[in-house]
Design a protein around this ligand. Structure first.
Ligand code: KE4
Length: 428
């Protein structure tokens, strides 16, 4: 075999016709450096790349693979659905069953619209909040990511109570100006904004457990403050549970923390690896969506029968008694074991988990807000990331991403990961 690996050859070839060789930026490894593995096969907790190398997978396609990769029950459901039809662009019974399942597992959702990605779900949730209230201002939190709709690619403005600036080229300043970006976990700042501008605010969108600035847990009282202020001012509270849904608890973060949002966005797990997103919530708000109401939304492949089959089969596995408790215990064993290995190696490190998502930090304690995330030693993470990748363990290729454990991860995978970490911590 030539000295150039197949991963290198594929990455070079990919860059000829795909921007940076990838179809989503984080996959290009620009945050951690090096060549991304091109994966060819997955089974359970494992991935194999183009060079035939096996990895224990803690990315899980960024969350969807909660049941483990290529679970036979999910694959069969997909094969059976595909053998009947790939797409109708018309209603099917399977979509009813998925909607019924989502409403049963997430009781705050009374009506739900299926879409094909988390971005479509959050984009629609914002439009619904604006259409239902007749207001324009949206509030989000620094460090939270909700997909790539213009109104959500916004960073903090000059002052906490002023409107945001674009965080991406191509987002018109006047669009960004309708978004206020506050500090995650700062309830006082939130209350001050509502006191000053409450009647202008259409909605607040939040990751109830943040997973896009690495994992940051909601501070005591933060989610409650969001609920109180939105209720008091008639703003729509949107829980973006694309990542936390069915992962931090079967009913999502809203079940774990006992807060009832007005709208919820879902994705990832509800597609089981296939393209499914969803936006749902209070009937009186959802009734604004076309064709019931004046808030337009549509999608050629929304509720696609093959994707819905994967989602239904996955949720059937996930809602089995003991499933969430089991994968949560495995995740706890991972983070506790990593913290112990780092301590033994004298490395400044901390880790935490919520359900089956986890955060690793080269910082003495888990960050509680965005500014503290920025204090983590990113270079140390990058060295650890590559040392683990070399040893066949695939973490998210960025210091600012959460990790994910599946039901297919067991004692053997955790032990192997900790053995690799024992060496890797000595290389950082
Ligand atoms: P998609 O459009 O990527 O399906 O979902 C957007 C989205 C919305 N809300 C939350 C809380 C999310 O985490 C995401 C997407 N998550 C990232 C991982 N940090 C997807 C990975 C990627 O962008 O390639």
């Amino acid at each position: 075999m030539s000295s150039e690996s197949r991963n290198d050859a594929l990455f070079n070839r990919a860059q000829q016709h795909i921007p940076a060789g990838v179809n989503s930026p984080v996959r290009a490894f620009r945050a951690v450096g090096g060549t991304p593995p091109f994966f060819e096969r997955a089974l359970g907790a494992y991935l194999w790349d183009a060079d035939g190398k096996r990895y224990i997978d803690y990315v899980g396609s960024w969350g969807p693979m909660l049941a483990g990769h290529t679970d036979a029950r999910v694959v069969k459901a997909v094969q059976d659905a595909a053998a009947k039809a790939l797409s109708f662009g018309a209603p099917t019974e399977a979509e009813i069953t998925l909607a019924e399942t989502i409403c049963r597992l997430v009781p705050s959702i009374e009506l739900v619209r299926l879409v094909s990605s988390g971005t479509e779900a959050t984009m629609t949730a914002l439009r619904l909040a604006r259409g239902a209230t007749g207001r324009s201002v949206i509030v989000k939190f620094e460090g939270c990511y909700h997909g790539h709709a213009d109104s959500l690619l916004v960073k903090s403005g000059s002052g906490a109570l002023t409107f945001g600036n674009p965080s991406s080229a191509g987002v018109p300043p006047e669009t960004a100006a309708q978004t206020v970006v506050l500090d995650y976990n700062d309830a006082a700042q939130l209350r001050a904004l509502f006191a000053a501008r409450g009647k202008e605010i259409a909605g607040v969108i939040v990751e109830p457990v943040a997973g896009n600035m690495n994992l940051v847990q909601p501070a005591r009282g933060f989610l409650e403050a969001l609920r109180e202020e939105c209720t008091a001012h008639g703003a729509v509270l949107i829980f973006d549970e694309v990542m936390t849904g069915f992962r931090v608890a079967l009913g999502g973060a809203q079940a774990r923390y006992g807060i009832r949002p007005d709208l919820t966005t879902l994705g990832k797990v509800i597609g089981g690896g296939m393209p499914v997103g969803a936006v749902g919530g209070r009937r009186d708000i959802m009734q604004h969506i076309a064709p019931l109401g004046a808030v337009y939304q549509a999608g050629t492949l929304s509720g696609n029968p093959v994707a819905v089959a994967a989602g239904l089969a996955t949720l059937e596995i996930v809602e089995q008694p003991g499933f969430s408790e089991g994968v949560e215990a495995t995740t706890r064993a991972l983070v506790e074991g990593l913290a112990l290995e780092a301590k033994n190696a004298g490395v400044t490190f901390s880790a935490q988990s919520v359900g089956s998502m986890f955060g690793l930090y080269f910082r003495a304690a888990p960050p509680t807000r965005f500014a503290e995330v920025m204090e983590c030693d990113k270079e140390c993470f990058n060295r650890f990331f590559h040392a683990m990748l070399e040893r066949g363990v695939y973490f998210a290729p960025s210091a600012y991403e959460a990790g994910f454990v599946s039901a297919a991860h067991g004692e053997a995978e955790i032990d192997a990961t900790l053995a690799a970490a024992r060496d890797a911590f000595r290389a950082v």
